[in-house]
Design a protein around this ligand. Structure first.
Ligand code: BV8
Ligand code: ZN
Length: 249
């Protein structure tokens, strides 16, 4: 593992970036931090909502127990996300999709900021906060950005209850999304893992799959994580400052 203390990546990595044909990136909450969205586990402890820890309020069990509380929690987060903009990290990754023969962006984030920055075909492992899903028929509804619905709207198709179309703790990541992310990670030459504490599975297993399949794995994070020990290069820095350096004109 080579660590650069926030300076531009090594000559080797610059060369790899310039020559790469297949690149895959996995992002976490850290790429949205510079947009002003608090991360889950940074800043002195996990997110808490009305005294409930994040992994309790954002859980399958809570949807069963108190769907209204889950809606209020997500309405609150939409209020935060609604007014923020993509930052240079999102913008750099949106540019990268035109630099390589095959570029894949996989995110654990549900804020939609990658798409707002211009990224297309984003693999959303944990869903999207701007979508709701009917618990009965699975119909999807897009929630408008201009107002939050404090009540869980009823399904326009079957009157069933709607829930956030987000993967909560104790729920499975959509198999087709995970499968596609895994295949792309195993097929790429260069893999970036950016802004994740690498604590949440199965997403946190993807970088190691990439390396086992032969990819050069780069971590970009101000802090070390459980992945840092096996990454080929660890860049201790902020995503919004480091990512734009790679394709600076
Ligand atoms: C599953 C959507 C099994 C919701 C999220 C008990 C019961 C059930 C399951 C489990 C259990 N115990 C463990 C598990 C497994 C669990 C898990 O892994 N738990 C962990 C915490 C131990 N996983 C699951 O439950 C998954 N499902 O296992 O299903 C199953 C199997 C079969 C059948 C049924 C069930 C589902 C996991 C998905 C949960 N949903 N989000 C919501 O958002 O409300 S996870 C949540 O954490 C977010 O999606 C987030 O993205 C994700 C990971 O967090 P990070 O993105 O890494 O963010 P974090 O704050 O942690 O770190 C930020 C990082 O950024 C830091 O490293 C920081 O240094 C860095 N940073 C800060 N600033 C910057 C920066 N980096 C760069 N630039 C900066 N400027
Ligand atoms: Zn329905």
């Amino acid at each position: 593992m080579q660590t650069t203390n926030g300076a531009f990546p090594t000559e080797e990595l610059r060369g790899r970036f310039a020559r790469a044909r297949r690149v895959c990136v996995l992002t976490g909450a850290g790429v949205s931090a510079e947009s002003g969205i608090p991360t889950f586990r940074g800043g002195g402890g996990a997110a808490v909502w009305k005294g409930l820890p994040f992994d309790v309020i954002s859980s399958a069990e809570m949807v069963e127990r108190d769907l209204q509380a889950v809606w209020e929690w997500f309405d609150f987060r939409r209020e935060v996300i609604r007014v923020v903009r993509p930052n240079p990290a999102h913008e750099a990754l949106a540019r990268w999709q035109d630099l390589f023969e095959d570029f894949t962006l996989v995110t654990q984030n549900i804020d939609g900021l990658h798409q707002a920055a211009g990224s297309s075909e984003v693999i959303e492992l944990h869903g999207n906060i701007w979508r709701a899903r009917c618990v009965m028929c699975g119909r999807l509804e897009h929630l408008s950005h201009d107002h939050s619905q404090m009540r869980s709207p009823r399904c326009t198709n079957c009157e069933g209850e709607m829930r956030p179309d987000v993967v909560l703790f104790g729920e499975i990541v959509p198999p087709e999304a995970f499968e596609r992310a895994m295949l792309k990670a195993q097929a790429c030459e260069l893999f970036f893992v950016v802004g994740t504490s690498a604590l949440v599975y199965p997403a946190a297993a993807i970088p190691e799959m990439a390396q086992t399949a032969g990819a050069f794995v780069v971590e970009i994070n101000p802090e070390l994580t459980p992945l840092s020990g096996f990454c080929n290069e660890v860049i201790n820095g902020k995503a919004g400052e480091i990512l734009p350096l790679f394709d600076a004109r």
